[in-house]
Design a protein around this ligand. Sequence first.
Ligand code: 4NP
Length: 169
Amino acid sequence: MIDTVMSKQFPVSVLFVCLGNICRSPTAHGVFLKCLADEGLQHQVEVDSAGTAAYHVGNPPDPRSTMVAARRGYDLSPLRARAVEGADFEQYHYILAMDQQNLNFLKAMAPVNFTGHLSLFLDFADSVDAREVPDPYYTDGDKGFELVVDMIEDASAGLIRHIRARHAG
Ligand code: 4NP
């Protein structure tokens, strides 16, 4: 079914979505790109991220996200925020929300003929019990941002295993 979604260049495409596209989804974007590169899959999977709100369009990721990610080997510096748009449902096979509120927004926005995969990103996590990546934006210190990376690393490994199993060949 997913194969009926047209992707121009890559066999598989993944869009990560949060609210502002400056904390959680760019972290997922940067971490997942690095995981793909480590596995030699960077040319097989297209990755992008977007926000359901447009407050921060054109902005780089939150400096706290960029710093915590950099300490752990992930480069978020080239990323810029954008808002999710209708065309994303034609382009992306996997649209993965960081929390239920954003998933609800995406479900309401999805065209009836969308045949891709729309779910919470943490559905792909093995070790993490939580279903949602908590919004770190209003938290003090780095702890919330570290937790975001922990959860995203786990879900990224699971998503790569899923993509390998589903789209091998
Ligand atoms: P994100 O975090 O959805 O993970 O990018 C947020 C960033 C900004 C705001 C809320 C959440 N904000 O209200 O501006």
